[in-house]
Design a binder for this molecule. Structure first.
Ligand SMILES: O=C1O[C@H](COP(=O)(O)O)[C@@H](O)[C@H](O)[C@H]1O
Length: 242
């Protein structure tokens, strides 16, 4: 796997480094094709990134030209505290006054299977007849090496379609809706945000162990283009090569 590692001394530094990358990628996309398509990650890590973009980068980018998607979602109502959409809405969209037309939530109210199908259609419609290639795919990493909702030992790990899938994940006892690795890997730029010592073992396995996608699903993110990991020193601590 060819990846670039950006290791920062502190959590604050890693967030700033990724915020700079987010903005630079956006300016480039807008200059090149007029809009900036971003797929957001969920979980707890990205909230601070979204807050930093609001506090320090509100005028750094033409936010009216940014379109937001979600790499995965929990099968909960959109106003549920566990909703990835709700977190992004509260931390990013509302403070930046992002128009509803620029936000593409996963419609969990349809039920998991129909929501996944509708989201595949929404993505294909957005990209028209072209291959669905997000300008920036933001990803997180679970302690168990999952990314998006590609969890260990789940059938979606073997799904080679460029699509969004719904699946019941025993480990968390809930349905999740997730982009497949094939869709994620089409992105122009992929950026993992990982901080904290709790992620150190997972990062080491993913980046340095032999390929074992069942155990380490984030190893599926292997496109030849731009895959960058933004991590702090505690998260990078177990790596032998830095
Ligand atoms: O479940 C999820 O977790 C991963 C990692 O989240 P974190 O809370 O450890 O930051 C995230 O990438 C994914 O989008 C989310 O649904």
């Amino acid at each position: 796997m060819s990846v670039k590692l950006n290791i920062s001394a502190s959590e604050a530094d890693v967030l700033r480094s990724l915020a700079e990358h987010f903005v630079a990628t956006g300016k480039d996309a807008i200059d090149h094709h007029g809009r900036y398509s971003v797929s957001l990650s969920g979980g707890s890590s990205p909230k601070k990134l979204y807050e930093l973009l609001v506090s320090d980068y509100a005028t750094a980018l033409d936010w009216t030209k940014v379109d937001f998607f979600f790499g995965d979602e929990r099968n909960v109502p959109r106003d549920d505290k566990n909703s990835n959409y709700l977190m992004a809405k509260t931390a990013l969209f509302e403070p930046l006054q992002i128009a509803d037309a620029q936000v593409f939530p996963i419609k969990t109210e349809f039920g998991p299977e129909a929501a996944a199908e509708a989201y595949t259609d929404a993505i294909n419609t957005y990209f028209k007849s072209e291959s669905p290639q997000f300008d920036l795919m933001l990803l997180g990493l679970g302690d168990n090496s999952h990314t998006a909702s590609l969890f260990p030992y789940t059938p979606v790990l073997h799904d080679t379609s460029v699509s969004v899938r719904a699946l019941y994940i025993d480990e968390v006892k809930m349905y999740r809706i997730t982009m497949t690795a094939a869709l994620i890997n089409l992105s122009r730029h992929i950026a993992f945000l990982v901080y904290g010592a709790g992620k150190a073992e997972a990062i080491k396995h993913i980046l340095e162990d032999d390929l074992d996608i069942e155990l380490y699903p984030a190893q599926l993110i292997t496109q030849d283009g731009d895959v960058q990991w933004f991590m702090d020193e505690p998260a990078a601590a177990a790596l032998s090569k830095k």
